[in-house]
Design a protein around this ligand. Structure first.
Ligand code: LLP
Length: 399
């Protein structure tokens, strides 16, 4: 299997992102079909990947948009998402961002504190507008994921604590330019233990029954956030996340009132496995006890391993595995020891110039890339326009 080596991509300057549009479409279509079974509404979390081409694909499947900045709101709208399908979250929305969202007349703000509600009210009043708001509640449910992407436990900066709800609701009644429309939750990302979502449903049921019954606060919808994880260990066998089980949990466990809608904010699960970071081996280097494969991509192009100790499958697409396999520490060129994609990775005996794919990089990859060390911004290519595909199964060992 020569993979990329024999075709067009070989001629492209590395590193670059490569998106498998066919897999992306299959993933989007599976998610949309499973959600539609129950009438669930899914907003795509732009923070996972705001690449123009990816956004146009996502939009074409009928998803709404979940934004966390004014620029994301503007980008979503410019990409064709109807403002009435756009939500704006974020623990620190600036006055400008609030203004942008009000100007665009988005579906709703997910509000995270009493003070934020007061500021939104003031700005809306000054603009002669009314803001629809959902309260983001911190349900104290542990997502059992990396602590950097755990967002719904008591020590998290996100959401309104259950103990503060009564005060917040009393205050909302006094805010003329704010209309309460729903409840919002998001407990974390890369959640692979689906029991977490059952626990989230239980917590939501408790909150709804305790604080939102017979007091004039009728949530028109419950937004349960995102967080569904992908299989980074074996994306080849499981390229599409378990959307059927995921939505079924909410269908079975969430107590939905008549007329109440259920919204989701999925990011990673929709795009992660469709993207790979393609890089070239610059150098191979041996130290007394390590074999280094030094790539031309680094933490500037994909920061997840450095920041979250994340695992991504690494593949030398120029060669087949053989008896002379080596274990490599696969590292980037950046002057930081954390610039390492993986240690002791079994790979074919590799040489300068080999192409290396780092898989499942479609979410929180390109969008988190930086120009640290004044690196050039990474480019992207697409399987349909290039007429190529990344090998979808790991290369087998040559006998
Ligand atoms: N809604 C809210 C309020 C969020 O904060 C997030 C993600 C999402 C939805 C989408 O979550 P997803 O379905 O993608 O799990 N950079 C990290 C992930 C950060 C997630 C931040 N919030 C990573 O590379 O793992």
């Amino acid at each position: 299997m020569q993979g990329l080596e024999t075709k067009n991509l070989k001629r492209k300057k590395t590193p670059f992102y490569f998106y498998d549009i066919d897999l992306l479409r299959k993933t989007l279509s599976a998610a949309q079909a499973e959600a539609a079974k129950y009438g669930f509404i899914v907003h795509y979390a732009l923070k996972a990947n705001a690449n123009e081409r990816i956004l146009s694909e996502v939009h074409s499947y009928g998803f709404g948009a979940d934004c966390v900045s004014g620029n994301e709101v503007l980008t979503a709208v410019a990409s064709g998402f109807n403002p009435s399908s756009v939500v704006l979250a974020g623990v620190g929305k600036s006055d400008d961002e609030i203004r942008i969202a009000l100007e665009k007349d988005i579906f709703c703000f997910n509000c995270e504190s009493l003070q934020e509600l007061q500021v939104i009210n003031e700005i809306a009043l000054s603009m002669g507008k009314t803001a629809r708001v959902a309260l983001r509640i911190n349900p104290n449910v542990d997502a059992h994921t990396h602590h950097y992407i755990t967002t719904g436990i008591n020590i998290s900066k996100f959401g309104i604590a259950e103990g503060d709800l009564a005060e917040v609701m009393a205050e909302i009644k006094k805010l003329p330019a704010v209309t309460f429309v729903g409840l919002h939750f998001h407990v974390g990302s890369q959640i692979t233990d689906l029991n977490v979502f059952s626990k989230l449903c239980k917590a939501i049921n408790h909150i709804q029954a305790t604080y939102f019954s017979g007091n004039g606060f009728t949530p028109q919808f419950i937004n349960v956030g995102g967080g569904l994880g992908v299989d980074y260990e074996d994306p080849f066998s499981n390229p599409i996340p378990p959307f059927a089980q995921y939505f079924d949990i909410f269908h079975r466990s969430l107590e939905v009132r008549p007329g109440q809608a259920v919204h989701f904010e999925l990011g990673r699960s929709l795009v992660a496995n469709s993207g790979a970071l393609i890089s070239k081996v610059l150098y191979t280097k041996k130290s007394s006890d390590r074999n280094f494969l030094i790539l031309d991509a680094g933490m500037t192009e994909l920061i997840r391993p450095a920041l979250y100790q994340a695992h991504h499958q690494i593949q030398n697409v120029s060669r087949t595995m053989s008896a002379s396999d080596q274990k490599y520490d696969v590292v980037g060129p950046i002057c930081e020891s954390s610039d390492c994609f993986g240690t002791d990775i079994p790979l074919p005996l590799s040489q300068r110039g080999d192409l290396v794919a780092i898989h499942s990089a479609g979410a929180y990859g390109e969008v988190m890339s930086s120009q640290y060390n004044l690196r050039t911004k990474v480019k992207s290519y697409y399987s349909d326009t290039m007429g190529e595909k990344i090998p979808s199964t790991p290369l087998v060992t040559e006998q």
